[in-house]
Ligand binder design. Structure first.
Ligand SMILES: [Fe+2]
Length: 472
């Protein structure tokens, strides 16, 4: 009998407790094969260097044109949340402490509207640099059943214990910008990282523990391209956005790394007693978003699921034992991932595979792309005026930021927040050997095109631009 072949002779990458936050962040993969590092550098790392060298004049131009943050009209504020991935923050569960804070507004509830809070208490442990300010906020919004837009009712600022209403003049405007700053940090450093880091465990274990001929290996391998090195450099490199070393021109966050890492922790370990920040638990289904974004994401998820349902039915029985071992290894590291005993029950394996492939391609790429459509002056990254402490507070719009703040942000946006697809989902080739599986691949690609063509809501990203893996 032929010996099974492994990608790295079983000496490949493996998860371990995260070096920076062993108990608060997803397991990390820090020992990465040299050839994966080289491939990442020539396809992605090199682009960072090129962008620093050639994009800075454009960043200067952007900052020079508008060196502060826009004051967002209430409708613009609501639209910016409802029509982008920031809609992930709409939580229909209003916890008792927030019910108390918004008591007066909730007492006048409109029966035909759903009420949401967007909670930005993930900001509570972010320590700003001298001259800058941070605030933890919670925003009360609602959506009428016949409308596809939000209405904003109130913003609470925890540090100054102040509840602001749309009638509160400049103090209200300032509260909106602190809330939008919270949304910016939460998407970049708390919510979006959940699409990245827990999947490194699956990436490393699949490459190391599954034979290269295993159908699960073939199915997942193309979706792992570039990612281990990318994620490791985000978490561990001294020049990463999270390290935020001010000697680099692209470091736009408002404080040192220690505070910023607490945002990652709020996304993975959660915040005790706050339903907006649940602890990470593996689920085969995407987390529900209360906007059209959910429809867009689910249309794609279902296409992946139809494909994996077919693939799983075609897995030869002699591959099952290795898949069970693979599931056991992953479940040791990822809370809630089905172990070897459970993985073949019902459609768990198919659901896990669909979730992994969907996350690493559509869900991740669209988050970046749609965020990238929001003008940077509408997403404050640093505030140089304090949050309001009374309803009478006033401020000068220009004092909110300096040229350097917008410049650093513009460069950082180009390097790390905007999408740069190197290899496309639509070009995927699983290198299946049997005609049945090859046919399923063909059907899957056609299915993706149909999803793109008949998307019943806004096309948050064109299929043709979606990357096959996490590569930005
Ligand atoms: Fe990303």
């Amino acid at each position: 009998m032929n010996q099974p072949k492994y990608l790295y002779d079983r000496k490949g990458p493996w998860p371990q407790p995260s070096p920076s936050h062993p108990f608060g962040e997803a397991p990390a993969v820090v020992h990465i094969p040299k050839d994966e590092q080289r491939t990442w550098f020539w396809n992605i790392g090199f682009r960072y260097i090129r962008n620093i060298l050639f994009y800075w004049p454009k960043a200067v131009w952007k900052a020079w044109q508008n060196p502060t943050w826009e004051i967002l009209d209430d409708d613009v504020f609501c639209d910016q949340i409802y029509t982008t991935p920031l809609a992930k923050f709409l939580n229909p569960t209003i916890d008792p402490d927030l019910q108390e804070i918004f008591e007066a507004q909730l007492a006048e509830k409109d029966r035909d509207s759903t009420y949401f809070v967007a909670d930005f208490r993930c900001m509570q442990n972010v320590v700003p640099f001298k001259g800058m300010y941070v605030a933890s906020t919670a925003v009360l919004m609602s959506k009428h059943k016949d409308e596809s837009k939000l209405k904003i009712h109130a913003i609470y600022i925890f540090e100054t214990k102040l509840l602001l209403l749309p009638t509160d003049g400049q103090a209200w405007d300032l509260a909106k910008n602190f809330a939008m700053m919270g949304a910016t940090y939460r998407i970049l450093l708390s919510t979006h990282p959940i699409l990245h880091f827990p999947f490194d465990t699956v990436n490393a274990i699949t490459k190391t523990a599954l034979p290269v001929d295993n159908t699960v290996f073939k199915l997942l391998y193309p979706h792992f391209q570039f990612t281990l090195t990318l994620n490791d450099s985000v978490l561990e490199s001294k020049s990463s956005p999270v390290y935020n070393d001010q000697k680099y021109p692209f470091t736009g966050f408002c404080g040192p790394q220690d505070g910023l890492l607490t945002l990652l922790e709020s996304g993975y370990a959660g915040i005790e007693g706050n339903s907006s920040y649940p602890k990470f638990k593996w689920d085969i289904y995407p987390t529900e978003v209360f906007s059209d974004y959910n429809v867009y994401l689910m249309e794609y998820y279902q296409a992946f699921k139809r494909f994996t349902d077919g693939v799983v039915k075609n897995i030869p029985s002699d591959e099952i034992q290795d898949i069970k071992i693979w599931a056991d290894y992953i479940s040791d590291w990822l809370p809630g991932f089905p172990n070897g005993e459970k993985i073949m029950e019902g459609d768990l394996l198919s659901g896990c595979l669909a979730k992994i492939m969907w996350d690493l391609s559509v869900a991740h790429a669209t988050d970046h792309h749609s965020y990238g459509t929001i003008p940077i002056n509408r997403l404050p990254l640093r505030m140089r005026v304090p949050p309001p402490s009374s309803k009478k507070d006033t401020f000068n719009v220009k004092d909110q930021a300096k040229f350097i703040d917008v410049f650093k942000y513009a460069l950082e946006w180009k390097l790390f927040f905007n999408d740069h697809t190197v290899t496309k989902l639509i070009d995927v080739d699983y290198k299946f050997q049997t005609p049945e599986l090859q046919k399923l691949q063909t059907n899957f690609l056609q299915d993706l095109e149909l999803v793109d063509l008949h998307m019943p809501v806004k096309k948050y990203m064109d299929l043709n631009e979606i990357s096959i893996s996490i590569q930005f």
